[in-house]
Design a binder for this molecule. Structure first.
Ligand code: AMP
Ligand code: ZN
Length: 114
């Protein structure tokens, strides 16, 4: 999609530090990490947010979730656990409108909202 930051990153038009890539997903380091491990996992298909999912994305979302597990398993720092976060929409604090999941780990995450 034109003018989507993460689509440009996936296309290689904007540099990123890639951590994993396959047919369905792209994982890269967050530019502003909040923990020793902070990686974003995105579907290569442009989907604006969780609310933008449709029934035909069901299998793709399985790939995304298994991809998150695969990416997290690469990090020794995540062997004792990690957190996966999705911010959805304005009230959810989403700033980039291409569906993405944050993998955060490498430290004890004490600030729990839930
Ligand atoms: P969210 O606030 O959930 O929409 O998350 C967007 C994330 O994208 C933030 O954590 C940003 O630090 C990250 N981000 C923004 N621009 C880039 C970029 N060029 N490369 C990597 N991460 C980015
Ligand atoms: Zn996009």
């Amino acid at each position: 999609m034109e003018n989507c930051l993460f689509c440009k990153i996936i296309a290689g038009e904007i540099p990123s530090t890639v951590e994993y890539e396959d047919e369905y997903i792209y994982a890269f380091k967050d530019i502003n990490p909040v923990a020793p491990v902070h990686t974003l996992v995105v579907p290569k298909k442009h989907i604006c947010c969780l609310d933008g999912l449709c029934d035909e994305d069901e299998a793709l979302m399985g790939k995304v979730m298994l991809g998150i597990k695969k990416v997290a398993s690469k990090y020794e720092e995540c062997k004792d656990g990690y957190r996966v976060i999705n911010n959805c929409g304005e009230n959810g604090g989403q700033t980039v409108m291409h569906l993405h999941f944050h993998i955060i780990g490498g430290t004890k995450l004490d600030e729990k909202l839930i």
